[in-house]
Design a protein around this ligand. Structure first.
Ligand SMILES: Cc1ncc(COP(=O)(O)O)c(C=O)c1O
Length: 414
């Protein structure tokens, strides 16, 4: 086999099926978080409004954080210079771990280079090194957790999405004496739906199972101090391991877990993604700490995010655009075809200077391809109205189905 040709053909095949991921060059500006300078493949540039960023609160552009990043870079340089156990642990890394433990009311926290690494390496380490452990995971968990569980090569059961009865059934079907780990997400990133945490934890507790909760799309945005859905639902003490990211609502980069000291110490000693990877730069750790402190005090930002999301959903409903029933700030609009998704996004970008991301297989199931819109506090009402009218025009032009008139509500004036 000619391997280069094989790779080329695989990508061409993906493109022919409309499944190609496009890596657009979007230079989001620090002065205006909703606006990016888009560089097209031919080198031409134009300003566009971005509706697909996970910088959910605009923290990546926060003046105090930019200031911290510059100050600590000048103080300590641009890189950590080693893995955490060599020369890569600074005061700022330790301070950030204290901050994260405090945020989640857990005895300890552990920092990783991304949320993906946190999930993959924590799960593969804990599961593979706990004798006899069996894993129970929600059907729709993120790829990072799937990889972690798969790499552990342990026995696993998959329960129906967000279904405590299905979890209960699976838990009941195994030997009561085996160590068990239930793995789930707080907010599912592609549907925007939210896990029923209390009944899930009830089921886990009835069977003596540990719980692992990915709060990546919830930290910073839910709960009185922004510690996520477990904070909002007041169940944080019942979750064994909370996992989060510093790269979305906190606007920086990095991932973490928060848990008991024993679990954190164990993962710190045994997880390959911890031991064998250069630490995050100290300025990143310092900036993330500052972001966690600011965001946890920013109830107003959380209220603005919720208001923007509700307004967008009301506008989509009024326009008859088929958005999926999200319970969070993530607003998916169903298209159901990969090529159509691409066509819509291309038109939005070329004609209306609006950037929306198409979501396709394998991120979502075939036939459920969608646009994923993420409104944020920095999106003005005028920007939102512009998006809705552009979507309505594109829907009409491409002959896409609108919701039935009876399903629409009064137009919004908010
Ligand atoms: C549910 C979930 N967990 C983990 C991650 C990985 O986090 P990070 O982007 O910090 O690597 C993502 C990324 O989008 C995610 O959606």
């Amino acid at each position: 086999m000619r391997t280069e040709a094989f790779y080329g053909e695989a990508v061409a095949d993906l493109a022919a099926k409309g499944g190609l991921r496009v890596f657009r060059q979007l230079n989001r500006q620090s002065s205006t978080p909703a606006i990016a300078v888009y560089t097209a493949p031919d080198g031409r540039r134009k300003a566009v409004t971005v509706w697909c960023s996970n910088d959910y609160l605009g923290m990546s552009k926060h003046p105090a954080l930019i200031e911290t990043m510059l100050r600590v870079t000048k103080e300590m340089g641009v890189g950590a210079g080693g893995v955490r156990s060599l020369s890569g642990t600074t005061d700022y890394h330790v301070m950030l771990e204290h901050e994260l433990a405090r945020l989640h009311d857990k005895p300890a926290a552990l920092l990783f280079n991304s949320g993906f690494v946190a999930n993959e390496t924590t799960l593969s380490t804990l599961i593979s090194r706990t004798p006899g452990m069996i894993v129970f995971s929600d059907k729709l968990i993120h790829a990072s957790m799937i990889h972690g569980i798969r790499n552990a090569r342990a026995e696993k059961r998959i329960f129906e999405h967000n279904d405590p009865d299905s979890l209960e059934q699976e838990l009941r079907s195994v030997d009561a004496r085996r160590p068990k780990l239930v793995v789930l997400e707080a907010v599912y990133s592609m549907d925007g739906d939210v896990a029923p945490l209390a009944p899930m934890l009830d089921a886990a507790e009835r069977h003596g199972a540990m719980t692992y909760l990915d709060e990546v799309h919830a930290v910073g945005m839910y709960g009185p101090k922004g510690a996520g859905m477990a904070d909002r639902d007041r169940v944080m003490p019942r979750v064994t391991i909370v996992q989060g990211t510093l790269g979305k609502a906190f606007g920086v980069v990095g991932g973490y877990i928060a848990a008991s000291r024993e679990i954190v110490d164990f993962v710190r000693q045994f997880a390959p993604g911890m031991i064998f990877s250069t630490a995050l730069p100290p300025a990143v750790a310092a900036t993330a700490s500052e972001s966690v402190r600011i965001v946890s005090r920013s109830g107003d930002l959380r209220r603005q995010l919720a208001e923007r999301a509700e307004r967008l959903k009301a506008c989509l409903r009024a326009a008859g655009l088929p958005f999926m029933p999200s319970q969070s700030h993530i607003v998916p609009v169903l298209v159901g075809d990969p090529q159509r998704c691409t066509d819509i996004c291309d038109l939005l970008l070329s004609r209306y200077s609006l950037c929306v991301q198409p979501i396709k297989f394998p991120t979502v199931a075939r036939g459920t391809e969608r646009l994923r819109i993420t409104p944020a506090p920095y999106h003005s009402t005028a920007m939102m109205d512009e998006l809705i009218s552009a979507l309505a025009e594109v829907w009409t032009e491409l002959g896409l189905p609108f919701a039935r008139r009876s399903d629409r509500r009064e137009a919004v004036n908010a």
